[in-house]
Ligand binder design. Structure first.
Ligand code: SF4
Length: 440
């Protein structure tokens, strides 16, 4: 039996795309292997949001060229955002690569592999053919593969983004926003629940910009939250511009929607926010957070932050720290600005020295780590519902899981299974997680 290995970089959308590739490959007679060196087909699903993941792809391709010399017939493919952006250029640069394809061409994988096996090198970075329905391009694949892993499932409800934030390459690599039909999403969700999903996460680059006919994100979220036997509902990533108090009220009224949101704010300075073309001010962001906290008091809010955007002064960086201290995020995903060719920000002078960017990042992480540590301490003694999602990698008879607020928990010495929902009392903490004691 042929073996396939997929290396995934980047966001949840890429993770989801890799699962789709796996399903297609299984249908084509492959088994999915965890070991690259045993594979007959290696696919690298790439991310171009920052320079670092892109560098990793090229360094991996360098290593693969050595493996390929030893293994005749090995097929190497590059998928995802770097593939979409660079296309043919990768084939020219990397002799070892047989196949390049973008996110819209995943469904063509069997045809592309047949062409490669016939001795051709293939590039497919076409956008979705307009005559086909969107569900052909962001399909649900777990339906065909049986049980859902970890009792958690993801459903892509949109692809692409219309926002064109000046630092972001996503609209170029993923295209304009398209939304799936509500009925199609709901039927996928019902199938997933029947297959054992307790928690569903709705995915989209700008998930709350969802709009299919008369159905907006509010209507979709409400319909999802009313599905029988669904225990938890999450979504990622919403944009502050498309967030409103009505959505906050919905989160408050529907218990199934987890008390957790990832709402990127990027920077605290209005001048930089405007250069980033984010379309909102720090004050507007904070107002939305304030209302959300008022109606969902125990909500865990995580965010994305960029430090060292072109022209960012020390005072402007301090404004970012101020937002972090005000909101008390849990957690913050912070990155130093890295120029992405093809974005509007690439035309700006990337004038902050790397050392300053790194120092600002360290300063920010120090502030954030101390906040996060306090937030974990605050949870000790609290009661939580935990969805069990795995066995602890080191502790015997211990299981891991997450609270509604998405905090990782360890339940020691228990007799639980993946997919169990249990009530615990938080009895201690580790560096980044909490320890729960079963209460029933
Ligand atoms: S909202 Fe902005 S940062 Fe998010 S995917 Fe769209 S362009 Fe990129």
């Amino acid at each position: 039996m042929k073996k396939a290995f997929i290396q995934t970089y980047g966001c949840q959308m890429n993770e989801h795309d890799s699962r789709r590739m796996e399903t297609i490959l299984i249908r084509e007679g492959y088994v999915i292997s965890n070991e690259m060196r045993h594979a007959d087909l290696i696919l690298i699903n790439t991310c171009s949001v920052r320079k670092n993941p892109e560098n990793k792809v090229y360094s991996l391709l360098g290593r693969l060229s050595r493996i390929k010399k030893r293994k005749e017939g090995l097929i190497i493919g590059v998928a995802g955002c770097v593939a979409q952006q660079e296309g043919e250029k990768i084939l020219k640069r990397e002799k070892t690569v047989d196949l390049i394809f973008g996110p819209d061409s995943i469904f063509l994988l069997p045809k592309m592999l047949a062409e490669v096996e016939a001795g051709r090198r293939v590039v497919n970075t076409d956008w979705m053919p307009r005559e086909k329905k969107i569900q052909n391009f962001i399909p649900h694949e777990e339906i065909e593969t049986g049980q859902v892993d970890c009792a958690k499932a993801m459903i892509a409800i949109t692809k692409g983004c219309n926002n064109y934030c000046s630092f972001c390459i996503v609209p170029t690599t993923r295209g304009r926003l398209v939304s799936r039909e509500k009925e199609n999403i709901l039927s996928e969700a019902k199938d997933l629940i029947n297959k054992g999903a307790k928690e569903i996460q709705l995915l989209g680059q700008n998930v709350n910009a969802y709009k299919a006919g008369d159905t907006g994100f509010y209507e979709l979220l409400k319909a999802m939250s009313e599905l029988k036997d669904l225990r938890r509902l999450r979504f990622i990533s919403p944009h502050p511009n498309d967030w409103n108090n009505r959505l906050s009220d919905l989160m408050s009224s529907q218990r199934v929607i987890c008390n957790q949101i990832h709402l990127p704010f990027q920077v605290g300075s209005d001048r930089i926010l405007s250069l980033m073309r984010r379309g909102h001010t720090a004050g507007e962001y904070l107002e939305k957070i304030q209302y959300l906290r008022q109606v969902v008091p125990d909500i865990a809010i995580s965010t994305d932050v960029i430090v060292g955007f072109p022209g960012e002064t020390e005072a402007e960086f301090e404004e970012t720290l101020k937002v972090i201290e005000t909101v008390r995020f849990n957690p913050v995903y912070a990155f130093v600005y890295s120029e992405r060719p093809g974005t509007r920000a690439a035309a700006l002078d990337d004038d902050i020295p790397q050392q300053v960017k790194d120092e600002r990042l360290q300063q920010l992480l120090k502030v954030q780590n101390s906040i996060q540590s306090e937030l974990l301490d605050d949870l000790v003694g609290s009661s939580q519902e935990i969805l069990i999602d795995g066995a602890h990698p080191r502790e015997r008879r211990a299981m891991t899981g997450r609270s509604g607020g998405n905090t990782p928990y360890m339940i020691p010495d228990c007799d639980l299974e993946i997919g169990d929902m249990v009530s615990v009392k938080t009895c201690g903490r580790k560096t980044h997680s909490l320890i729960g004691e079963l209460t029933r």
